[in-house]
Design a protein around this ligand. Structure first.
Ligand SMILES: [Zn+2]
Length: 201
């Protein structure tokens, strides 16, 4: 029996992949997931990815982000805890990529913050809101790869950061967002930035 079978025993859960009851991501849907791609990201010392962004793992991210289903954060955090156990982590605190304020208001949650709370609890690390967005920018999803990096120059700001910090996000694609956040965390005192991404695409 794995960590994912053990969580959520109190509440009936449905698999995000096949909707069968029993577990938030069943054994069959988990077995269908391939290996996660781990890109090199400028400014990031160590990147840990839970799952590839496909199948049931993708559904969990979308349930959390678009439907505001907080329960979806639990299996995503468990997948990250499993990968951290294999690769190690030096962080003394956990923070997250803050969502766009208008989206947070509309969805009723800051989804990466919900994920970070679960991750911090699982790893026994304090969770601190270190990052702020500096202003309105176009949504990353609407831009091409090269534009994404330019769009995020100076897009985040942080203060009073611990020397070793883990940055949580739901999804890493080009790594532009994680890199911009890492830059802000370093400007605020971080010497080592580790990124914990639930999925990579
Ligand atoms: Zn399933």
């Amino acid at each position: 029996m794995s960590l994912l079978d053990l969580i959520d025993l109190g509440a009936p859960a449905r698999c995000a992949g096949c909707r069968r009851p029993g577990s938030p991501l069943c054994r069959v849907c988990r077995a269908r997931l391939g290996r996660a791609h781990v890109p090199a990201v400028p400014g990031v010392d160590h990147l840990v990815v839970g799952w590839p962004y496909e199948g049931g793992a993708r559904s969990l991210v979308l349930d959390l982000k678009l439907k505001g289903e907080r329960g979806a954060a639990t299996p995503l955090a468990a997948a990250l805890a499993r990968e951290v156990a294999g690769s190690g982590l030096m962080a003394e605190a956990v923070t997250w990529v803050p969502g766009r304020p208008d989206e947070n208001r509309r969805r009723g949650l800051d989804h990466a913050g919900v994920l970070a709370a679960e991750v911090g609890r699982g790893l026994g690390l304090p969770v601190r809101p270190l990052l702020r967005r500096t202003g309105e920018r176009p949504d990353q999803a609407s831009l091409g790869a090269a534009e994404r990096w330019a769009n995020l120059q100076g897009a985040f700001w942080a203060e009073d950061c611990p020397e070793r910090v883990a940055l949580v996000d739901d999804l890493v694609t080009t790594g532009a967002t994680a890199s911009a956040c890492a830059q802000a965390l370093r400007a605020a005192g971080a010497l080592r930035v580790e990124v914990l991404a639930a999925c990579s695409a």
